[in-house]
Design a binder for this molecule. Structure first.
Ligand code: HEC
Length: 150
């Protein structure tokens, strides 16, 4: 009898979770920041490092930091899939912003290696243009999609 009660209980609990659980889970998921946000925050920090390094003409530090911008980590596969599904038919544009940013970061590293200050600054501007391009086009809808309007 005891066992039977437990079964009934877990069955009804299971049903409750099935019905009410789905939206609750979705809400919890959207409240949790994506790994993407942490990756972006790191990119922001690397850009700050480069700004200061340029001011100090510390080309070695620029050279060391640029690859961290060029080869930033990817979100985990599950999250990446969700992001790619969200980007959908705009994939070409999204990837192109990413690609431009990577290319500019490589140029940044090369210019720093050459200790060519003006080229470093020009490449840095290209990197920022890459970041800005994607943010202008995708950030707002991205945040709305994954976190709800804010
Ligand atoms: C291909 C698209 C893309 C590129 C390129 C890109 N970003 Fe982002 N970035 C995003 C998206 C989407 C968000 C919103 C993520 C979120 O709020 O979870 C974001 C958000 C951010 C944020 C805000 C994070 C926060 O705490 O809200 C920072 C800082 C940032 N990006 C820095 C950069 C820098 C620096 C670069 C260039 C070196 C860059 N991003 C390039 C798509 C991009």
């Amino acid at each position: 009898m005891k066992r039977c009660l437990t079964t009934t209980f877990s069955l009804s609990l299971g049903l409750t979770l099935l019905t009410a659980g789905a939206p609750a889970l979705a809400a919890a998921e959207s409240a949790q920041p994506l790994a993407m946000r942490g990756i972006m925050q790191d990119l922001g920090r690397h850009m700050q490092t480069v700004t200061l390094a340029i001011a100090r003409e510390d080309w070695a530090l620029v050279e060391k930091t640029a690859p961290l911008i060029a080869q930033h980590p990817q979100p985990p596969l599950m999250e990446k899939t969700r992001i790619l599904r969200f980007v959908g038919t705009n994939m070409g544009k999204y990837k192109s912003h990413d690609h431009k940013t990577h290319e500019a970061a490589h140029e940044l590293a090369q210019a720093a290696k050459n200790k060519d200050g003006m080229a470093v600054i020009a490449a840095f501007q290209s990197v920022q243009t890459g970041c800005y391009g994607c943010h202008q086009e995708f950030r707002k809808p991205f945040v709305e999609h994954f976190y709800g309007a804010r």
